[in-house]
Ligand binder design. Sequence first.
Ligand SMILES: Cc1cc2nc3c(=O)[nH]c(=O)nc-3n(C[C@H](O)[C@H](O)[C@H](O)COP(=O)(O)OP(=O)(O)OC[C@H]3O[C@@H](n4cnc5c(N)ncnc54)[C@H](O)[C@@H]3O)c2cc1C
Length: 264
Amino acid sequence: MLKVAGKQEENPEFATLFFNSSLIFKPGQFIMLWIPEVDEKPYTLSSVSDKKFGITIEAKGIFSKKAISLKKDDLVGIRGPFGNGFTLPKPGDSIAIVAGGCGLAPLAPLLDRINHDRVSITCIHGARSKDYLLFKDRFKFERYFCTDDGSLGHKGFVTDLLKEKIADGNTFNKVYTCGPEIMMHKVFEICEKHNIHCQVSLERYMRCGFGLCGACVCGKEVVCKDGPVFGSEKLRDMEDFNKTALLKSGKEVALDDYFAWRHP
Ligand SMILES: Cc1cc2nc3c(=O)[nH]c(=O)nc-3n(C[C@H](O)[C@H](O)[C@H](O)COP(=O)(O)OP(=O)(O)OC[C@H]3O[C@@H](n4cnc5c(N)ncnc54)[C@H](O)[C@@H]3O)c2cc1C
């Protein structure tokens, strides 16, 4: 059990909760956040320093709304970190980071961890409008923004910018992506076309967080344990990617119905 040590309101619907505790983790790993008498849900670590870590939450349903309304000193349960995390780039790599909305949360610690003098990075971040772009002042390097309403950067999709960067002659050997699954699937298709290795962070309903219960099975993979990060080799064989997911009841549904599902 940990007390909330602080909260950063990123915008009216996104907040970062901080906890005073040290964690050994790999960028892309997640913790299970338990709010007593509410529920327990997975959240990726969005920042980790020696004695403090943070999770960034977008208010969607009952649980996440409750989470972003937590106050300093409220007590919650934290289990983890769990999952595999991203494979870090090697010196000399040229990578693209493609994030949609709150999808920057797992990618931000990856950006913190990379030696920017030895890895060339193109970071593309999209959101519905400029107020929903996360961590605007966190990074020193240039980022490419896009918004649905054109309030900042390119008006349109992150995938437009990725295609543009490739057409301009940028040769990436790795692309890391997190955001809505339809967006990640498009990024994966672009990578396949251009023979670029891709890593995506998948989201499925989770219960145990360490591969026992089977609630987050996606094709042959257990997302909490084998993932949540999957590389191109696995994605090619993953029939459920961008197609289906399991509800809390275990019933398999189309992905649109999965994201339309609400708690009673
Ligand atoms: C490994 C992992 C890491 C995660 N990391 C984060 C994180 O860092 N930050 C974060 O905010 N969330 C993260 N999530 C999602 C999080 O666990 C919850 O599912 C999310 O906060 C919604 O929970 P809820 O109970 O409030 O909403 P629910 O009641 O589950 O959903 C409410 C409604 O929100 C919509 N909705 C829910 N999820 C999505 C989605 N992904 N895309 C589009 N619409 C959706 C649907 O319309 C749904 O009906 C992660 C999930 C996984 C599996």
